[in-house]
Write a protein that binds this ligand. Structure first.
Ligand SMILES: N[C@@H](CCC(=O)N[C@@H](CS)C(=O)NCC(=O)O)C(=O)O
Length: 339
């Protein structure tokens, strides 16, 4: 099996599909790897630029946390809302600006930082790309502070290189963690593909496409895959491939974490809540409880970012029942009764 379909979207007739209203995710341009001769694995050398509302960044911050790399890979966090129309550089750009205030709280977000990675205190993610002659602007970015270059901006690949080189990169984990154990590698690959197409990217296809039929197909595939995963977990296994938490779980988590409080409304994925699926809900709570997971994401950034960019920018206050999120993830027994 080629790994491609679990990494990036099929670009066949992308322009024509976009013209008809379909959201088609483009390709990431920087595809070097830690471990290439130019990018040796070393503690303290690499840096991440992320936004905590972005689910592709979330899988990278989760990997960094689960592998114990927080102290050896530094990180900057952009404000969850992009620049506005009034910005001299233009709208819709990721900005490193810890002074900006969240409309939801009226206060700055403490996780947000300036650019501390390039040495130039750049304001925009776009400026980091511009220095290399690229007109991309996406996060996450894996950056080499010694060479002063972008290594890679494709999250699926960043995950694999952090996992492969965790020890050489300075992992502080006492036990060696491997997110892609050989015994279940092919199971992980096929789960990754299904989850990427129908769930991770499927959520965007549903929420960002301007075509009813494209939306309806994405909606259907998304919830069909919820059913498949619910059935998989219904034999009582704690994680998707068995007893061990793997990359497949890690890649499912950012979407499910966002589903009830954000995607159900913002991505028009209001068919059901994760809370309605007893096994998936318990799985979500189980992953949330793993060391480093709760602090690798922020629902406040998610709500501020997704809703601040939609309609009139007002952020919905719920859900409040059966209780607010993310606190709900500390309560596996809130789930509907299993069969
Ligand atoms: N293939 C990339 C996709 C990353 C991506 O789409 N990031 C979004 C944020 S969620 C972004 O920055 N898009 C650029 C933009 O919208 O300007 C990855 O998985 O790393």
């Amino acid at each position: 099996m080629t790994r491609d379909k679990s990494v990036q979207e099929d670009q066949t007739q992308a322009a024509a599909r976009r013209a008809k209203g379909e959201f088609v995710r483009g390709l990431s341009g920087f595809r070097h790897a830690i471990g290439d001769p130019d990018f040796p694995p070393e503690p303290g050398r690499y840096h991440l630029f992320v936004a905590l509302n972005c689910p592709w960044c979330h899988r990278v911050t989760l990997t960094r946390a689960v592998l114990g790399l927080q102290h050896s890979i530094s990180m900057d966090v952009a404000f969850p809302n992009r620049t506005g129309e009034e910005d001299p550089a233009g709208p819709n750009l990721w900005e490193f600006n810890p002074q900006r205030r969240a409309s939801l709280t009226g206060a700055p977000l403490p996780e947000c930082t300036e650019d501390t990675g390039t040495g130039f205190s750049l304001r925009l993610a776009k400026d980091i790309y511009r220095r290399e002659g690229s007109d991309e602007q996406s996060v996450p970015i894996l950056y080499d502070k010694i060479a002063g270059r972008i290594v890679n901006n494709e999250s699926a690949e960043i995950l694999r290189m952090l996992n492969r080189h965790a020890t050489a990169l300075g992992s502080a984990s006492a036990a060696e963690v491997n997110l892609v154990p050989r015994e279940v590698e092919s199971e992980i690959e096929s789960l990754n593909e299904r989850i990427y197409v129908a769930i991770n990217n499927g959520a965007y296809k549903a929420g960002f496409s301007a075509d009813q039929a494209v939306y309806a197909r994405a909606f259907e595939a998304y919830f069909e895959t919820f059913d498949v995963l619910e059935t998989l977990l219904s034999d009582g296994r704690p994680f998707l491939t068995g007893v061990q938490f793997t990359e497949a779980d890690l890649r499912l988590f950012p979407t499910l974490y966002r589903h009830d409080p954000v995607y159900a409304v913002r991505m028009k994925l209001n068919g059901a809540r994760v809370l309605d699926y007893p096994f998936l809900w318990r799985w979500l709570c189980r992953v949330y409880a793993l060391d480093g997971v709760s602090s690798a994401g922020s629902l406040l950034h998610c709500r501020q970012g997704y809703f601040g960019r939609s309609w009139n920018g007002v952020v919905p206050l719920g859900p409040l029942h059966p209780m607010p999120y993310p606190e709900a993830y500390l309560h596996p027994n809130l789930a509907a009764q299993g069969t």
